[in-house]
Design a protein around this ligand. Sequence first.
Ligand SMILES: *Cc1c(COP(=O)(O)O)cnc(C)c1O
Length: 431
Amino acid sequence: MQKNMIFLKEQDLPTQWLNIKSVLPEKLPPLKEPNDDRGSRLETIKKIRTKAMLEQDGTEEKWVNIPGEVLDKYIQVGRSTPLMRAVELEHYLDTPAKIYIKREDFLPTHSFKLNTAIPQAYYAKKENVKGLISETGAGQWGLSLSYACNMFDVETIVFWVRISMEQKPFRKYWSEMLGGKIYPSPSSLTSSGRVLLEENPNSYGSLGTAIGDAISYTLENEGYKYASGSNLNHVLLHQSVIGLETYKQLEIAGDMPDTVIACCGGGSNLGGIMAPFIQAKVENPSKIKLLAVESNASPRLCKGEYKYDFSDPVGITPLTLSYTMGHDFMPPASHVGGLRQHNGSPMVGLLRHKEILDAVAYDQEEIFEAGKLFTKLYGSIPAPETCHAIKATIDEALSAKINNEKKTILMCFSGNGLLDLNGYIEVLGKK
Ligand SMILES: *Cc1c(COP(=O)(O)O)cnc(C)c1O
């Protein structure tokens, strides 16, 4: 019997994060100020972010030290996460391909979001910030931020899209047990929310109203800073811990990937797992395939335009160059909350623009079928976002079978979907 879960010893954990910016094929285009009279967005960003996050967003250094206290917390929450050789899936598909899956769902809050929540809470504490303010849609980020802030005794306030919070109350209760203060958005606690509630007291809220509430609250209350769970350079930097661990785990297994697969919303689990493989791809494009998996609800990398756009629907943020569906794009209703944004990380956008990154998009029905197969083989339930990566992994393994290629596929398992079961029931239950 083959041992199919590979862990790292504590002394072998990465002690530095890898900055993707330093391995991009060209210089990352800067953020821009929009041409209107609503004030400087770059100044607002400077005011509401912690100093450490602003510095990490800007740094060109290839390696950034992981502070000792952060490393201790990474160990406390169970890092390294296992790299699993998915032998059962290989047998089920009858493929000559080897499949490795990096299991970020083993973290206590069930998703990789904790990898950036921990350092963001640590730096906030170090800068004497009273609390971190953020927004959340499906809730994975709000949950991880609540846990990390609690570890460092920093307050957390999360504005939660009202309709998502009411439809799926469990992550809210869980976040509250971890010390988070959770409010529905639009919120009467902020000037931005009060305007919206006056117009429509029964507003469902959206990611845009929640970003508006979070930024307003940060500006209107002394001592707080605003935190983000995806898209930004510092978030991708922290997530490189996923790829760096995986690289060492693959060395132990004596393998290197021919294909690396991750689902892509803002692009942070993708950037994280792919970080150590990008340089090799830039230097020798035929060596490795890097594949982003999107939802057909918002297929930016497959069908969007590469241009400057706001990162939020109402234009509070500076303009970012990336692939976008347009900032007023309303994705069709679906159960893949984490993959529905209209744009994403500028670093991921550049990789796509330079054809370093391939992309594919899937429908809800086919991804939940892939998730159901994983559950049948392994017992745990993948998050809807993760199901996209599983579907692409299955398709790559089946094409390897047709072409009789003994290739090695690596996939990032971004999170657990037990609390998203209603998505499975609604989509698969229809049949
Ligand atoms: C947030 C989230 C995603 C999407 O975010 P990225 O920044 O694109 O990685 C994917 N899967 C899970 C489980 C998530 O919580």
